[in-house]
Design a protein around this ligand. Structure first.
Ligand SMILES: Cc1cc2nc3c(=O)[nH]c(=O)nc-3n(C[C@H](O)[C@H](O)[C@H](O)COP(=O)(O)O)c2cc1C
Length: 367
């Protein structure tokens, strides 16, 4: 299934570093902090530099390092309170969260912050974490069956009065949420994952599908698959792709940074992470999905962010972003080594080139 480039400008998000250790499992120096002062300033820099979204993470225990973790919904609220345009996406795990609690929390924050919150429903890959907090661990596809019910439940609560629902995981009887969220019809619902079950859920119900970093071909294959299914379901879903960005004035500098990150990888933590993620894509019936094919080097950025290859000069990166857009990507989810400095560099040096290439393409289509 081929398609014309989307006519709207591609959007940019950044990962909120609300867990310690940045976005890398490496001992390289990172001028990135998980604390609130650093993150408030980062959010302000991001919204002044063309970033539309920020994505927080949910973690209850250390995983890929990430020894300290701030909770995602509370942290999201703090970032929204410190900004005026940025949309912040809070990550939620069905299991620890009940849909009624989440729907109410988000509706309230939506009113407190002028309608800028969104949610990322993540289905879980970290069994040790669930065991640590006494939460039952479901098989791979059961986790997605629960997530889909969770999404149907929050959508129902946000949009209907006297909401009733009878699922295998959740039940509601004539429940009316007041107030409903400010955003109509409801705050945007993102999801993370890339297995068959995850893609099928996206093609039925989510507003946005977030996937790990991948090659252009790998991303295109996923998008074609999801969008073909979504058409049959009468649904439309937008696509966000993770990428760890290393933008430097020369290609050599950017490659040298990548080499140093890999050379200084925390071997023990990367291997432990590689073991845990076997509960994700590899545990799915088809054996595909996130991390199913990741090498040691891929895992050093814990969402396969090097694979997307936004590593090089601003010109090279802008061209690759436009190529991603051409295969149907709507949003790039970025991670950086030194977040504050590099978000600004990206906004000043890369983003204008992307907009220029987009407008040239639009002119070619119109001609
Ligand atoms: C962009 C993105 C963000 C994610 N954020 C989180 C998170 O904050 N917490 C978490 O436990 N899992 C997170 N996940 C993991 C997914 O929800 C899912 O468990 C994982 O990708 C495995 O999916 P799969 O087996 O369907 O491929 C994220 C995944 C992606 C792609």
């Amino acid at each position: 299934m081929s398609q014309l480039p989307n006519s709207f400008p591609i959007k940019f998000a950044y990962w909120v570093p609300n867990v310690s250790g940045g976005l890398l499992i490496s001992k390289i120096e990172q001028r990135t902090s998980w604390d609130i002062d650093y993150n408030r300033k980062l959010a302000q820099i991001a919204e002044q530099n063309g970033f539309e979204y920020a994505l927080s993470q949910i973690r209850f225990t250390a995983g890929y390092g990430a020894e300290y973790q701030h909770e995602s919904v509370a942290f999201t609220h703090a970032l929204l309170a410190a900004t005026s345009k940025l949309r912040v996406i809070a990550a939620i795990l069905p299991g620890p969260w009940h849909p009624a609690v989440l729907a109410k929390q988000i509706a309230t924050i939506d009113h407190l912050t002028g309608g800028r919150i969104a949610v990322n429903i993540v289905s879980g890959w970290f069994k040790t974490e669930f065991t640590a907090i006494g939460e039952p661990w479901l098989e791979h596809d059961e986790r997605y069956r629960r997530s889909e019910e969770f999404i149907r439940a929050i959508k129902g609560i946000w949009t209907q009065d006297d909401f009733s629902f009878s699922g295998d995981f959740y039940r509601f009887h004539n429940f009316t949420l007041k107030p409903k969220p400010l955003q109509q019809p409801h705050p945007e619902i993102f999801q993370g994952g890339s297995s068959r079950a995850s893609r099928d859920m996206a093609s039925r119900i989510s507003d946005w599908y977030f996937t790990n970093g991948n090659t252009l071909e790998g991303i295109k294959a996923q998008i074609d698959d999801i969008r073909a299914k979504a058409v049959k379901e009468g649904h439309s879903v937008k696509i966000g792709v993770n990428a760890f960005v290393i933008a430097r004035d020369t290609e050599e500098e950017a490659q040298a940074v990548l080499n140093e990150i890999i050379e200084k990888a925390d071997l023990e933590a990367v291997n432990a992470f590689g073991h845990e993620v076997k509960q994700a894509g590899k545990a799915s019936p088809e054996g595909e999905g996130n991390w199913a094919k990741s090498t040691f080097e891929d895992l050093v950025q814990y969402n396969d962010g090097f694979k997307t290859n936004l590593i090089g000069t601003p010109e090279q990166i802008a061209e690759r972003i436009v190529a991603l857009k051409a295969v149907g990507v709507d949003l790039i989810l970025t991670g950086f080594l030194h977040f504050q400095e590099e978000v600004e560099y990206f906004g000043q040096r890369v983003l204008p080139l992307v907009r220029e290439l987009e407008s040239r393409q639009a002119d070619q289509v119109a001609a």
